[in-house]
Ligand binder design. Structure first.
Ligand code: FRU
Length: 472
């Protein structure tokens, strides 16, 4: 593909988000390199600055002192060197000896071959003293090629430190059965890596997929968690309805045997637009996660306006009974402008609230969970409806059009709590303290009303949020 060397310009601001990270202009996908370094949280993202479409991947970059006010920094990694000729694909960041190290995948096509599936991948390092300027390591690559029993899919390194050594987990596909798996490597210095083998693999294409993208591995509570984004899983009743899914397995990892004994794969978010997560450990011990707030194959109307893609609001992960819960980080409160509307009343069916914000947070408590929920409507259209039914204990999300339904099962609930984050073109819903979540992009230029559905008492607080929380 021919790229122009001038970043694309924004032509319309209608869908630009107020407090979610996106690019100054151009395309973004996966979050990368989420880390706390010298007083700032850093987040990077897969980025193509020259069009609103996926293209040769750069690493875009933003930083924040508080996880909610972000400052865009210069592009951190640009592809085109021998080791990353056709793209700097996803990866992670660690801190060593006071420097930030980015570990990322170099993407390569074969000369004269235009089939996008014909590629090879290696792993590389870039280093920064100040967290702004990055130098690629002079002896890249650090891992030159995939193991012999691997296909071309060999990417998305996530690195962590344990007991005197660095470990890397990589997304991969076995060439023996063409199923997804994750591989580990070990190093003393981040430069020389020993291959340890797969820690676990997909058992079956339909239920566990053919390639495990963006793996992440961490200890949470008394379990090890493998979080990843498999490609190829088939829809199963109400589950796995997106093109690809992000989900996890919990279990126990043995550093001695490089084995991970684990539960089945479970989806992490039940919405249409959530993928390719990246976690980090905050200085206070919280496990934080950010995802790409879009999905391969989704229609992205903002492409017409010179940009595409955004990151989710940062969330805290917790583990309860082997299940991951996600909630917005508590720093969200810092975005509240002071304008708040609170009320409480009995509803018999439906109530339209006299509120039309574009950037807000709503905490809604339904005393009677059954058939309770919300809708978001314009004067002539229902854009989104999310309700709980006690018959099957499902929370169901409906948006108009083809493939509009998404569902999550929760524990049978008598009362229901919705924590809703609305931004110009996104909605994130956290149900019952993070037991289920739905992440959605939502596009309209009309005024949107919030409506409540219930039979019983409902109380709510709606907080207006800042709308210029990201500086471009
Ligand atoms: C996931 C992914 C990664 C890859 C990157 C390329 O969305 O396909 O596996 O590194 O995007 O942009």
């Amino acid at each position: 593909m021919q790229t122009k060397l001038k970043p694309i310009e924004l032509s319309n601001m209608r869908y630009r988000l107020g407090y979610h990270v996106s690019a100054k202009s151009g395309w973004i996908n996966d979050p990368n390199g989420f880390i706390f370094f010298k007083g700032y949280y850093h987040i990077f993202y897969q980025h193509h600055p020259y069009s609103a479409e996926w293209g040769p991947m750069h690493w875009g970059h933003a930083r924040s002192k508080d996880l909610v006010h972000w400052e865009t920094l210069p592009i951190a990694l640009t592809p085109g060197d021998t080791e990353d000729k056709d793209g700097c694909f996803s990866g992670s960041a660690v801190i060593k000896d006071g420097k930030m190290y980015l570990i990322y995948t170099g993407h390569h096509y074969y000369e004269g071959d235009s089939d996008p599936e014909h590629f090879w991948q290696n792993q590389n390092l870039a280093i920064s003293e100040d967290g702004i300027h990055f130098e690629k390591y002079e002896n890249n690559p650090i891992i030159a090629s995939a193991p012999e029993d691997n296909t071309q899919h060999f990417r998305d390194p996530k690195v962590w430190y344990n007991n005197g050594s660095w470990y890397m987990i990589l997304g991969s596909q076995s060439s023996v059965d063409e199923l997804g798996r994750v591989l580990t490597y070990k190093s003393k210095n981040l430069i020389d890596w020993d291959y340890l083998g797969p820690i676990t693999k997909s058992n079956d294409l339909k239920t566990e997929g053919f390639m495990w993208e963006c793996p992440d591995f961490f200890r949470l509570g008394d379990k090890d968690v493998l979080l990843m984004s498999p490609e190829g899983i088939e829809e199963d009743e109400f589950r796995f309805r997106n093109e690809n899914e992000t989900g996890y397995m919990t279990g126990n990892f043995s550093y001695d045997s490089n084995r991970f004994d684990h539960s089945n794969f479970q989806e992490l978010d039940s919405g249409h637009d959530f993928y390719a997560t990246q976690t980090t450990l905050a200085p206070d011990g919280r496990r934080l996660v950010i995802g790409w707030m879009d999905m391969w194959g989704s229609v992205m109307p903002e492409q017409e306006d010179g940009w595409a893609g955004a990151l989710t609001f940062p969330r805290e992960l917790t583990l309860k009974n082997d299940k991951l819960y996600m909630n917005p980080v508590s720093e969200l409160k810092k975005l509240r402008t002071g304008e708040v509307i609170s009320d409480s009343f009995e509803i018999n069916g439906f109530k339209k609230l006299d509120y039309n914000g574009n950037h807000y947070e709503a905490e809604i408590n339904f005393d009677n969970a059954d058939k309770s929920g919300i809708t978001l409507t314009t004067d002539n259209e229902e854009l989104l409806k999310i309700t709980y039914s006690k018959d099957n204990s499902h929370v169901v999300l409906k948006r108009p059009g083809k493939d509009g339904i998404r569902e999550a099962v929760i524990m049978p609930a008598k009362t229901l709590k919705f924590h809703l984050l609305v931004d110009t073109s996104s909605v994130e819903l956290f149900v019952n303290d993070g037991e289920a979540t739905f992440t959605e992009r939502l596009y309209t230029e009309d005024k949107v009303s919030l409506n409540l559905l219930s039979q019983g008492k409902v109380s709510y607080d709606i907080y207006q949020l800042e709308k210029n929380a990201v500086k471009y």
